[in-house]
Design a protein around this ligand. Structure first.
Ligand code: PLP
Length: 397
């Protein structure tokens, strides 16, 4: 490999909640980590790899120019996005369709302001990324959740009948689609997206398509919701970012792609009224470095590493803990484990199992807030040797 996916930096004291847990009201405090165990971060969705050198170089080059005044995004910012979207997903977009967003959740907040009212029910699939649930509750919106259903091959699918029932019974005007899906790890097939879009169109539902995980596809192909049909382009607010792909969340920087001018203007107006939606100049350069030829080369190697990690983890679980049910991640680096039967088998409750890991420095995450009781969400975005070390620690005793 040309790039380094084995070295682990010392992130303690270096701005990383992954290893120094947040104490905010919605923070995360794993209980009882015993002395002598290093932290293996397997919870929050960022990776324990160094980012692509092309990003660091782009930031360093800009930082060396000692002037950081007000600015407008440069043409290379838009060109990088246009070229990336074409190269990676075969979709043609233009500068006018792109707008900066202070985070995908920032984009969601603006879209909710533009298209929904407080107290209104918003549709999403369950299990759900907790950021969606927090944003909705913070903004006083209610949820209307249709659970994904695991088919006979262990793949979580949308339940279209149930979705339509939710649309009708809850008077849905706005839906959130997570594509690829966190935490189920699904990369939606074209027919699945088509069917979902058809229902949205039929019921006049505006669709927020969160595609932040689109670059991290391990199996299959990511299809932008905007590429599904002309109808899809009329109702879709799509959100992207290099932050998940390249571990740049601390720099912030997402963007929308909205074909429908009316939708776009409404989202942009809601965002501009907050005066919070401003780009950071270093984040602009990070995106340019990420979406470069070298950034893409780094990403291809990362995907190979993640495929190896997923293989290792899934094979291990199948062999040693067959009672744990899960979707093999087709995308993302998240594994969402349904431990219900396993807990019965080992005669333990979920709190004790989580704690058992935390005590040994294996910092995995309670999956309940995502919607499923007795579940654990595990981040596989770290060197394989660390995953193997985590398994060893869990096996001990
Ligand atoms: C599906 C999904 N959307 C959005 C985000 C957060 O995006 P941002 O940091 O750009 O708000 C995450 C982070 O894990 C995510 O998994």
């Amino acid at each position: 490999m040309k790039y380094d996916f084995t070295t682990v930096l010392n992130r303690v004291g270096n701005d990383a909640i992954a290893v120094e847990f947040p104490t905010s009201p919605r923070g995360f405090q794993p209980e009882g980590t015993k002395d002598g165990y290093s932290v293996i971060p397997m919870w929050v969705a960022d990776m324990n790899f160094m980012t692509a050198p092309s990003i660091v170089e782009a930031i360093q080059k800009r930082a060396a120019h000692a002037s950081f005044g007000y600015f407008s995004p440069r043409p290379e910012y838009y060109d990088s996005i246009i070229s990336w979207q074409k190269r990676r997903f075969g979709i043609d977009i233009t500068k006018e369709l792109i707008g900066y967003e202070n985070g995908v959740l920032g984009a969601l907040s603006s879209a909710l302001t533009a298209f929904t009212e407080p107290g209104e029910k918003v549709f999403l699939h369950g299990p759900s990324y907790i950021g969606f649930l927090h944003t909705l509750s913070d903004m006083g919106r209610e949820t209307s959740i249709s659970e994904l259903v695991r088919d006979e091959n262990g793949i979580s699918r949308m339940d279209y009948e149930d979705i339509e029932k939710h649309f009708v019974e809850d008077n849905i005007r706005f839906a959130i689609l997570c594509s690829p899906h966190n935490p189920a790890g699904r990369v939606w097939e074209r027919w699945e997206l088509e069917k979902f879009v058809e229902l949205c169109v039929k019921h006049n539902v505006t669709l927020f398509s969160d595609e932040i995980w689109c670059d991290l596809v391990l199996e299959g192909k990511h299809i932008p919701t905007n590429a599904v049909s002309e109808d899809a382009r009329k109702i879709t607010i799509a959100a992207y970012a290099p932050t998940k792909t390249f571990s740049l969340a601390g720099l912030v920087g997402s963007y929308h792609v909205i074909f429908n001018e009316e939708l776009r203007k409404k989202v942009e107006k809601a965002a501009s009224m907050t005066h919070y939606n401003g780009m950071n100049v270093l984040s602009q350069h990070a995106l340019i470095g990420a979406y470069s030829k070298e950034g893409e080369e780094w990403l291809e190697e990362l995907l190979e590493v993640l495929r190896g990690n997923v293989d290792f983890a899934c094979n291990y679980l199948k062999e040693h803990c067959p009672a744990i049910k899960f979707d093999r991640p087709q995308g993302t680096y998240m594994l969402y484990l349904d431990c219900g039967d396993f807990l019965k088998e080992i005669n333990m409750d979920i709190k004790s199992l989580l704690k058992y890991g935390w005590e040994r420095g294996v910092i995995w995450q309670d999956g309940q807030p995502f919607g499923k009781a007795d579940s654990i969400r595990v981040n596989l975005g770290l060197p394989l040797w660390q995953i193997q070390e985590a398994v060893k620690r869990l096996e001990k005793e």
